[in-house]
Design a protein around this ligand. Structure first.
Ligand code: NAD
Ligand code: GLY
Length: 363
């Protein structure tokens, strides 16, 4: 079954197609978009080994002239050096204004390919083919692209929307279990911030920590409802002037914890899970949210096999200090996204260091 979700934007709308075993149709899908002949497929060696040939064969069969390039795997290669490499390959292959970069990978490959496409010749087409759950429900959609600066994550970037997003659910079969769980944190996030029905469906599943325990109907709902939530929010606020900030639920404390552990100890999604537990409890303590609903959220996070406690030995004052460096700080005040009901959140700058300290000390 194929589900198609539209991301409706004033300048360039696009489709997200979700279907099992659809990667071998990528050539046909792109042929309908009236793109130029040249395609640069960007991946990493692990992902390319699994899925590169299927994608390249399909693109070539549809008449595209395809070059492919693998960047080394890992967040530590999400740098301007890697982008320089992509520019070199783009030049070597004479990519033109009408050409397309295809990102075949998780969020790291997607963000870098998107950024290279945003800046090469002042912007060429990019198509996102996410291969992690996190990239499927979050990073491949919405046009945030970029790389890390030695002093901070995602500090360099551009908004550059994809022309198309192709989600082949079969590729999740090779995804390491820890990566699946990390992606599930973002799915739970959509349930808390936007979609109470998705939250209820997640609650009905006995387990969420391994692909084989998640029924196909639930997996369909996870993907379609999460992508729809992201499409709705981005469609209303493409450049994060306001509403889009709600997608950062759990990310404020999450980013601080990631940065204090040097991005090594925890996956992004794991840190977001911890951040959601913290933000949920802050909301309860401020009288904005019911403890029972926070408990339901935390039970889902645990069911997804994600941590709900701070890593041992982490300095709480260090976290509070790191929060001041968050991209969401405005006029020196940390802005928190806090739930008020399952499916509804508010953005506030009324959270003080004491509120944060009180919650973190119990985690
Ligand atoms: P990732 O891209 O690092 O991928 C995780 C690991 O899984 C990698 O080792 C990769 O090689 C492997 N892998 C990927 N797909 C696989 C598959 N199908 N089978 C086997 N192995 C596979 O991690 P991620 O969680 O997808 O992305 C994290 C990145 O996304 C971060 O850099 C984060 O900043 C970014 N991000 C961006 C946005 C956005 O809106 N642009 C949103 C959230 C996160
Ligand atoms: N992942 C947050 C956003 O896309 O805005």
């Amino acid at each position: 079954m194929t589900s198609v979700i539209n991301v409706n934007l004033p300048t360039q709308s696009y489709e997200i197609a979700i279907a099992p075993a659809s990667l071998d149709q990528i050539g046909q899908s792109l042929a309908g978009l009236k793109l130029g002949k040249k395609v640069l497929l960007v991946s990493n060696p692990t992902i390319f080994k699994h899925f590169g040939k299927i994608a390249v064969d399909s693109l070539e069969a549809a008449g595209f002239q395809v070059a492919s390039y693998c960047l080394p795997a890992g967040e530590r290669y999400k740098t301007l050096n890697s982008i320089q490499k992509l520019y070199d390959i783009a030049l070597e292959n004479r990519l033109e204004r009408s050409s397309t970069m295809v990102a075949l990978g998780g969020g790291v490959i997607g963000d870098m390919t998107g950024f290279a496409a945003a800046t090469w010749l002042r912007g060429i087409n990019v198509v996102q083919v996410p291969t992690t759950l996190l990239a499927m429900v979050d990073s491949a959609i919405g046009g945030k692209t970029g790389v890390n600066h030695p002093h901070g994550k995602n500090l360099i970037g551009a908004f550059h929307q994809p022309r198309f997003v192709l989600i082949d659910t079969q590729v999740l079969k090779t995804l390491p279990v820890r990566e699946l769980r990390a992606g599930m944190a973002e799915v739970i996030k959509y349930g808390v911030i936007w979609d109470a029905e998705l939250f209820n469906q997640l609650e009905q599943s006995k387990r969420l920590d391994q692909l084989r325990y998640i029924k196909p109907e639930l997996m369909d709902a996870i993907l379609t409802r999460s992508c729809q939530a992201k499409a709705d929010v981005v469609g209303k606020d493409e450049k994060e002037g306001g509403l889009r900030a709600i997608l950062n639920y759990g990310h404020t404390v999450g980013h601080a914890v990631e940065s204090l552990t040097n991005y090594r100890l925890l996956k992004h999604g794991e840190a977001v899970g911890i951040g959601m537990v913290a933000a949920g409890q802050i909301a309860v303590n401020l009288g904005l949210w019911q403890q029972a609903d926070a408990d339901r959220q935390n039970a889902l996070i645990e069911k997804a096999g994600l941590p709900t406690k701070l890593p041992a030995g982490l300095d709480i004052e260090g976290i509070i200090e790191a929060l001041q460096l968050d991209k969401k700080v405005k006029d020196g005040k940390v802005r928190f996204v806090l739930p008020t009901q399952i499916g509804v959140v508010t953005v506030t700058d009324e959270v003080t260091s004491d509120h944060i300290r009180q919650v973190l000390q119990k985690m």
